[in-house]
Design a protein around this ligand. Structure first.
Ligand SMILES: Nc1nc2c(c(=O)[nH]1)N[C@H]1C(S)=C(S)[C@@H](COP(=O)(O)OP(=O)(O)OC[C@H]3O[C@@H](n4cnc5c(=O)[nH]c(N)nc54)[C@H](O)[C@@H]3O)O[C@H]1N2
Ligand SMILES: Nc1nc2c(c(=O)[nH]1)N[C@H]1C(S)=C(S)[C@@H](COP(=O)(O)OP(=O)(O)OC[C@H]3O[C@@H](n4cnc5c(=O)[nH]c(N)nc54)[C@H](O)[C@@H]3O)O[C@H]1N2
Ligand code: SF4
Ligand SMILES: [Mo]
Length: 692
């Protein structure tokens, strides 16, 4: 840590839930962070950061930063607190958790996600603490679990192309991803490919900033991606555009897949997806005749009922055309399984009844869990997440958090929507104030983060807070006293050949370390599935009595699946990430909020005209679950019949105190228990008086 006044550069890692996991250079002068920049030497960061993190000092030195522990003095949700000492705060939490644990520790629930993706300030120490306590387990499904289930049943895990190789692709399908917003460094590589003559095609119901800059755009109906992929297969098969040798050697179940694909002729696919037959055929022909062809799919297509099936269908395509033979061919959703994470990091063996597991609670349905779980959740410890703002079905979530008999602890940087419901708020350090080690899901480097400055006020790292709580509760296992460096060292199996003999010290010295992964990992099969092949047919799914092949599943909320609902709420609603926020992080940073202006709803001119809505009017989107108010942006970048609202504003910074999740539902995806944020029907009307 720097004490001197001459500027110093400290190496860091971007902690946010973003596939790019940038390597940072943090400039410190006089004990203050003056600049956060991208490491020019890191091969994917290449010296640039997104606008959000380039403005990190504004977040770090924000006047609203939490610097002391707080105890609630107002009603839940009101946001009135008084400062207390760390001793008072930790004693209060330890006493309440101990009392509940003495009766039934499963009545305690941790709630966390990827506010930081680091091993140390993420689950490293926290999971050891909750395991030792015997708390309910949390199913961390809110983002990627459906997509990862799709990858796992077809490719065998979260594996795929090396993002750096996209620069050499000749055709790139950008599928369910607004890369300029959510995957900026991939976008630079795609631009490089384009300068070398590659074609870029976006597949997205909205003409996003990314789709706008691609060579072609297929604007399908939300949640119909599996049908499009199966239709592409059908065309590839009919036109003989397959790599028969690759299929014979390295795949499993082609005969059955061919029969399934035959049920998706182009005219049927066109009707399901709401596009033309020619679009289906053109896309398939481009894909089948251009080599190498690469697919960058993202979670935007995995937020409806058929999410995992869609991912299964899409990641089956590269094997059919033999795209994996080339380093610049294949598909990429997440590559997190490439990192040899040491399974003992989280110390599940500390569970009181190990190997028996406590009950588990799905975070994507936290509203229902808080209102109806049996036995009830009596204490909730939230860290690295803002569920009141980001979880679906806000009215139910808020009712759950407002329960008077629920004891809620929130570890945070700011008084978020969630912190407002806390009994005790504990101030946590930010990335330049603590040590961590990061893996990623978007590239192949471990990245280390060194502390650059002292914590703000009395803020403490999550790891230290859980260590202190463990000590106060009398947990004396050495695993609960491990230092941050010891946790980071325990996070990775350093003997794995992918580390090439490197140690934590090596990663820290250089700031980052590339895994030794072959350039074209599946050129000759070798998928991490049971069969070692790309599994079009999954015997694991068959054994569970499920469809072993990918198929199209109609969204829960659509005219075809629920005509009665669609009569009342005829518009499909999607709420993808805003460019200048990261989920609900940065929403309170003034310069970034200014760029996003205010909560906005994009609606097609035909849908707007039918409702008397003019550009700039305040509108109310609603369904049986709830409603929110936003400024209408009328334009044809969105498909007719679809409305888009940018996520995820804080409720308390939104008109009438509600954001997009007031209308989203708690139904889960086909596999993986994921949320279905974009499987949602609404009606939209003028907001009328009092909208603000
Ligand atoms: N700036 C910024 N970056 C982020 C985030 C953020 O909030 N802001 N969030 C981060 C996180 S947590 C994640 S998980 C990632 C991933 O983020 P994603 O959820 O993949 O989000 P985007 O890449 O913005 O792209 C989603 C795109 O999918 C489109 N879409 C919606 N429904 C469908 C559908 O059914 N089919 C298809 N084909 N497209 C659909 C949307 O219109 C949108 O353009 O981004 C990360 N990066
Ligand atoms: N409608 C709709 N809802 C969505 C989505 C959508 O597309 N549409 N996207 C979904 C997706 S993909 C995701 S991943 C989830 C994400 O939801 P969350 O995981 O809740 O992510 P954030 O909203 O970024 O909130 C993270 C919080 O963690 C805090 N934090 C960060 N670092 C630390 C730390 O070191 N210590 C502590 N104690 N706190 C820290 C931040 O201050 C922030 O308030 O949201 C989901 N919600
Ligand atoms: S949010 Fe993503 S693009 Fe921005 S600095 Fe972090 S890792 Fe890089
Ligand atoms: Mo996410």
């Amino acid at each position: 840590m720097s004490q001197s006044t001459a500027p110093q550069i400290v190496r860091g890692a971007c902690p946010h839930d973003c596939p790019d996991t940038c390597a940072l250079l943090v400039t410190v002068a006089g004990g203050v962070v003056t600049r956060v920049a991208g490491d020019p030497d890191h091969p994917t960061t290449r010296g640039t950061l997104c606008t959000k993190v380039a403005r990190y000092p504004e977040r770090l030195y924000h006047p609203d930063r939490l610097t002391v522990p707080l105890r609630r003095v107002g009603a839940k949700g009101e946001g009135r607190f008084e400062p207390i000492s760390w001793d008072e705060a930790l004693d209060a939490v330890a006493a309440r958790l101990s009392a509940i644990a003495a009766r039934d520790p499963q009545r305690i629930l941790p709630y966390s996600y990827a506010g930081t993706m680091g091993f140390v300030q993420g689950e490293g120490m926290a999971s050891r603490f909750f395991h030792r306590l015997g708390a309910s387990l949390l199913e961390r499904t809110i983002c990627s679990s459906a997509g990862m289930a799709g990858l796992s049943h077809t490719l065998g895990g979260s594996v795929g192309m090396d993002v750096e190789r996209f620069a050499d692709s000749r055709l790139i399908l950008i599928w369910g991803s607004n890369s300029i917003t959510s995957n900026l460094h991939f976008w630079s590589l795609a631009q490089q490919a384009r300068r070398n003559g590659a074609r870029l095609i976006a597949i997205d119901p909205y003409r996003s900033d990314t789709a706008q800059k691609c060579d072609a755009h297929v604007a399908l109906r939300p949640g119909t991606d599996a049908a499009l992929a199966l239709g592409m297969m059908n065309v590839l098969i009919e036109r003989g555009l397959l790599d028969d040798d690759y299929i014979a050697r390295y795949t499993f179940g082609f005969g059955a897949l061919r029969e399934r694909a035959a049920t998706y002729p182009s005219h049927r696919v066109a009707a399901i997806c709401g596009i033309s037959e020619q679009e289906v055929i053109d896309l398939a022909l481009a894909y089948g005749t251009t080599k190498p062809a690469a697919i960058r799919l993202n979670y935007g297509l995995a937020r409806t009922r058929g999410a995992a099936n869609a991912v299964r269908a899409i990641v089956s395509l590269p094997a059919l055309v033999g795209a994996w033979r080339d380093p610049a061919g294949g598909a990429l959703l997440s590559v997190s399984s490439n990192f040899p994470v040491d399974k003992t990091l989280t110390r599940a063996d500390l569970l009181p009844d190990w190997p028996m597991q406590p009950r588990s609670v799905n975070m994507s349905a936290i509203g229902d869990a808080l209102l109806a779980a049996d036995p009830p959740v009596e204490a909730l410890v939230v860290y690295n997440s803002n569920p009141v703002a980001v979880a679906p079905d806000s009215e139910r979530v808020i009712r759950g958090f407002a329960r008077e008999d629920l004891f809620t602890v929130v570890l945070e940087h700011f008084l978020t929507d969630t912190a407002d419901y806390a009994d005790i708020v504990l101030p946590a350090t930010m990335q330049p104030e603590h040590f961590d080690l990061h893996k990623t899901y978007g590239h192949l480097y471990l990245v280390a983060n060194e502390p650059a400055v002292s914590p703000a006020g009395e803020a403490r790292p999550n790891s230290a807070i859980f260590r202190d709580l463990a000590a106060r509760m009398g947990f004396d296992d050495p695993a609960l006293r491990a230092s941050d460096e010891e946790i980071a060292a325990a996070a990775i199996d350093w003997s794995d050949p992918r580390l090439g003999g490197a140690t934590l010290a090596d990663v820290r010295r250089n700031g980052w370390l590339r895994l030794a992964i072959a350039a074209a990992p599946f050129a000759e099969g070798g998928f991490p599935t049971a069969s070692g092949r790309c599994e079009f047919v999954s015997e694991r799914l068959a054994a569970e009595g499920l469809d072993p092949l990918p198929d199209y599943l109609e969204p829960y909320e659509s005219a075809a699946a629920n005509p009665e609902l669609a009569r009342r709420y005829p518009l499909s609603f999607i709420s993808p990430p805003a460019r200048h926020f990261l989920n609900s992080t940065f929403v309170n940073v003034a310069s970034l909020a200014e760029r996003e202006r205010e909560p906005e709803c994009v609606i097609h001119p035909a849908d707007a005209a039918a409702r008397g809505i003019a550009e700039g009017a305040m509108v109310r989107a609603f369904n049986d679950r709830g409603s929110f108010v936003a400024r209408a942006r009328v334009g044809d970048r969105i498909r007719p019949g679809v409305v888009l609202g940018w996520g995820v504003w804080w409720h308390k910074l939104s008109p009438r105190g509600r954001n997009v999740n007031a209308v989203t539902g708690q139904a889960l995806t086909d596999l993986g228990g994921g949320p279905t944020f974009y499987d949602c029907l609404v009606e939209v009307e003028l907001a009328g008086n009092g909208a603000r």
